[in-house]
Design a protein around this ligand. Structure first.
Ligand code: NDP
Length: 402
């Protein structure tokens, strides 16, 4: 029985709060705070209608550390779940430290003015959280999040040593729009247009964005082109599972999405530096976000499935070389029927609820800043099966080709 404060009323926040309300034995008191109060109230209405649970709502600008600290103190939660944008991570961590409350998020900190993905800023909080006896759990979404827990589960139960790890993220959903992103367009486009990087023999290998692709036949989706990309869990996995010689991340994109993106890039619409328009400074990517469909509106029309998982090759308990594939398949329409949000929000919001449950029930604990792969995978994997994201493991002939 614990009080939780969730910050961020987007698609992920909506799913997480619905799932928390469905688990009232763990989340006995839920407050949802975000920049736009009407979005919190709309989610609260849906939660009440679907689960019968009443949640509280509050307006907050989480960039304002003093205001966020005051909010945390007045709500008095055991944990703050940050489901706003990566830009707010450090401000909310600061507020948690002042208020003396545990912290959790789903995406690593990014400065607004550079598309720069690394944990260094948040890892720098290690001593402050440790000294305060508080836990900061980073990245409890699907990727990062479940993909790291999948890796540690395979290491605990199937492979004594992992030599190569590939993370495969496939969204086989169709929303019927010419061009739209399934989560915040600004964050999504910054990530996709950044150079690709993977970890190999103790060093980063950088290649141009979207320059390396291969086709993969995803169960329940079919064959799709997937592209080598940088993704933040590569950095923490390389640090915490140092025996892995090669770690890569792949994401599927349709040809139409890539064609639109190429044109938008070529004409400068994905730039994140300010330009002067009619005497006023604007950031082209932020303007683009304003004219694209809101990801939260895509749920009603999205059909198809996501399939996200890890392929790990290494040495099994009996000394033989083995490859295992562990994955989850999630259906967009089922996710929408349950929570009013499509599967990309669902596959992030459910793990956010589970990460919060791990901290609140004491299944996971510790003082300091932690990534997902530092924790025991078993209780988390058990909750995935019970709360809408069941997973399967199968053996493959060998590792993924390059
Ligand atoms: P949305 O853009 O839909 O929602 C973000 C929410 O945060 C909005 O309600 C927004 O308010 C609010 N917000 C933004 N700035 C502030 C602020 N200064 N103070 C208070 N609230 C603020 O994003 P998503 O729900 O799709 O994503 C949420 C998070 O999850 C992001 O960090 C994203 O990167 C991460 N994510 C992680 C994934 C994973 O697998 N690990 C996958 C997908 C997303 P407003 O409505 O006013 O704009």
């Amino acid at each position: 029985m614990s009080k939780v404060l969730v910050i961020g009323a987007g698609g992920v926040g909506s799913v997480a709060v619905h799932k928390m309300a469905m688990n009232a034995d763990i989340f006995s008191d839920i407050t949802l705070a975000s920049r736009t109060l009407s979005k919190c109230d709309a989610i609260a209405e849906s939660v009440k209608a679907r689960t019968g649970v009443a949640i509280k709502t509050v307006q907050i600008d989480a960039d304002d550390v003093a205001a966020t600290t005051a909010l945390i103190k007045s709500v008095g939660p055991k944990l703050v779940v940050n489901l706003a944008l990566p830009y707010q991570d450090l401000a909310i961590m600061d507020a948690c430290l002042v208020a003396g409350v545990h912290y959790m998020d789903t995406a690593n900190y990014e400065p607004r003015d550079e598309a720069h993905f690394e944990y260094s800023w948040q890892w720098a909080y290690q001593d402050r959280f440790k000294d305060a006896g508080l836990m900061a759990l980073l990245g409890s979404g699907f990727d990062p999040g479940v993909t790291s827990v999948f890796a540690t589960y395979l290491k605990k139960h199937y492979l004594d040593r992992i030599d190569t790890l590939d993370i495969l993220d496939c969204n086989g959903g169709d929303h019927g729009q010419h061009f739209a992103t399934n989560f915040n367009p600004e964050i999504n486009i910054r990530e996709v247009t950044a150079p690709a990087r993977h970890w190999e023999n103790g060093a980063w290998v950088t290649t141009p964005a979207l320059s390396h692709k291969q086709s993969f036949d995803f169960e329940a989706v079919g064959p799709k082109n997937m592209y080598l990309m940088y993704h933040e869990e590569l950095e923490s996995l390389a640090r915490h599972l140092p025996e892995i010689k090669r770690i890569r991340f792949w994401m599927t994109f349709g040809d139409a999405y890539l064609k639109h993106l190429e044109v938008l890039q070529n004409v400068g619409m994905t730039r994140i530096d300010p330009v002067i328009y009619n005497g006023q400074e604007i950031i082209p990517l932020q303007f683009l976000k304003a004219v694209l469909p809101e990801p939260s509106t895509l749920g009603a029309t999205t059909k198809g499935k996501t399939n996200i998982g890890d392929i790990a090759t290494g040495i099994a308990k009996d000394g033989s070389a083995r490859t295992y594939y562990i994955y989850n398949i999630c259906d967009h329409e089922e996710a929408f029927a349950e929570t009013g949000n499509q599967a990309v929000s669902y596959t992030t919001g459910v793990p956010a609820m589970i990460g919060a449950a791990m901290i609140l029930t004491g299944a996971w604990g510790g003082a300091g800043v932690f990534n997902m792969e530092q924790m025991d995978p078993d209780p988390y994997m058990d909750m995935l099966n019970k709360h809408g994201l069941p997973w399967s493991v199968k053996e493959l002939q060998g590792p993924l080709a390059f």
